[in-house]
Design a protein around this ligand. Structure first.
Ligand code: GDP
Ligand code: MG
Length: 460
């Protein structure tokens, strides 16, 4: 696809900095370079991918806007696949704005968010999953998220999806043979594609299974701390946050709102939420607060149920444990106040919990056991760690497309098993292949594209 207009944007963050960069992409880029830039040395022959030193001059040809380094990258060997001009000047917003203004006078249009990457995708420089990886890389909040973004940018997801697509194409080719021969006896080398379908189902399921975990690294871990009043929930939030974020008193019912704090544990970003104590509410405000807790439990990755080890368990504790039984794979039980003598034996927990729940002894006051708790939280995200650089999915869009593909292949497999006409099987396979093509962007609707790129920053 060739765009006829030339776009320009400041590619570095707003604010002052040592260096600022402006990017220009489109057919006017080489001409604009020659008009805007006055080289310091005579031998500026505008070779592609070469850095030239000189001045950026205003329309009058005299006023110097800044001293700069410029590079022209001729198509198709550029980020967007078009002629690209990059101007590195001093990182003062006034300078950058004045050069951008000059560029628009020379015929450029200010770029929309993500428009450079959108052009790179439309010009076949990268697949859609790589374009999305670029946005993820720029906004990554943890080291792990960075590495996932980088692997995807290098094409790990696109390649894996391509392999799965290949398996389905082979299956489709086998079906073609079946369709061609109709009811006739199959020739010796024609086979049913069931083996291929099983391979694709396993591959898609495997890729889908990476979603929850990879998302933890990119979006972070949501941890909610719940328990009856006064067990030490707010104290734990403060201890993990390393600051006094929530009010701590010995008056039951002190915390009424949800209080959230982001902390980084071993490169994993964790959002901790402290909550109102769960009990029969004393007033309307507390009732609202408890309502919020019950809603938030649904969304949390980890539910940290807190108990007070220094006082006998009560029916309120039992009720909370009982109520959350269904979420047992997301529960950690923290028995707090280990600095005080224990009033009950941990064996009592087995009456209400199943063996799968993690129980950990801590003191929010002295800090004892907090390292173990942190390890448990980061360990949950690290289980089943995937090989460095292997394909994982982190975006809901990819998950939904893979689920659609899986449903298609399963339906095809069912048609085949049920002895239905191969045309039905072929139709379901086509749907599955189309769903995979949505991930890499081989098939994509314009509105989806616009939505994806509108989340990018300007200049990217
Ligand atoms: N001895 C001891 N007291 C604690 C500990 N954690 C919290 N407390 C005390 O228990 C009371 C209630 O704490 P708070 O964090 O407000 O509990 P919340 O209602 O569950 O948020 C306060 O007086 C805290 O100082 C602990 O580990 N050891
Ligand atoms: Mg509290």
């Amino acid at each position: 696809m060739t765009h006829t207009d030339t776009i320009a944007a400041i590619a570095t963050p707003c604010g002052t900095g040592g260096v600022g960069m402006i990017r220009v992409s489109g057919p006017l880029a080489p001409e604009i370079g020659k008009r805007l830039f006055r080289p310091a040395h005579r031998e500026c022959d505008w070779q592609s991918h070469r850095l030239y030193h000189g001045d950026i001059v205003a329309a009058d040809g005299i006023t110097v806007l800044d001293e700069a380094l410029v590079t022209l990258m001729r198509k198709p060997h550029s980020f967007t696949g078009e002629d690209v001009l990059e101007i590195s000047c001093h990182g003062n917003p006034l300078i950058l704005e004045s050069i951008l203004e000059q560029l628009t006078d020379l015929g450029c249009r200010p770029a929309r968010p993500g428009e450079f990457t959108q052009r790179a995708f439309l010009n076949g420089r990268m697949d859609l999953s790589q374009a999305e990886a670029l946005a993820a890389l720029v906004s990554a909040q943890s080291e792990k998220a960075l590495r996932i973004g980088l692997a995807q940018l290098k094409g790990s997801l696109g390649q894996r999806v391509g392999q799965l697509r290949e398996v389905l194409i082979e299956a489709a080719a086998m079906l073609e043979a079946l369709i061609d021969f109709g009811d006739d006896v199959l020739p010796g080398d024609a086979r049913l594609p069931d083996g291929r379908l099983d391979e694709a189902i396993a591959g898609i399921e495997n890729l889908l299974s990476t979603y929850r975990q990879a998302k933890l690294f990119t979006a972070g871990l949501e941890v909610i701390i719940i328990g009856k009043p006064n067990v030490g929930k707010s104290s734990l939030l403060n201890a993990l946050a390393g600051k006094k974020k929530a009010i701590v008193t010995d008056i039951p019912g002190t915390t009424r709102d949800l209080i959230t704090e982001a902390v980084s544990l071993d490169g994993l970003s964790v959002r901790l939420t402290d909550t109102a104590g769960l009990r029969e509410p004393a007033d309307a405000i507390e009732k609202e607060g408890i309502g919020l807790v019950l809603e938030s439990i649904q969304q949390a990755d980890i539910i940290l149920i807190m108990l007070d080890g220094s006082k006998p368990l009560t029916s309120e504790d039992m009720h909370i444990l009982e109520q959350n039984k269904n979420y047992q794979d997301r529960i950690i039980i923290a028995v707090n106040k280990s600095d005080l003598p224990r009033a009950w034996d941990a064996h009592r927990l087995t009456e209400v919990s199943t063996g799968d729940m993690d129980v950990i002894s801590i003191s929010a006051k002295s800090g004892a056991g907090l390292d173990d708790l942190k390890k448990k939280l980061t360990g949950l995200a690290a289980t089943g760690d995937h090989a460095e650089g292997s394909a994982v999915i982190t975006q809901l869009r990819h998950k939904l497309s893979l689920e659609k593909a899986l449903a298609g292949v399963k339906a095809a497999s069912y048609c085949l098993e049920a002895g239905q006409s191969p045309e039905f099987t072929a139709f379901e396979l086509r749907c599955a292949i189309d769903a995979l093509d949505e991930i890499t962007g081989k098939i994509i609707h314009d509105d989806v594209l616009d939505k994806i790129f509108s989340t990018f920053c300007i200049g990217k």
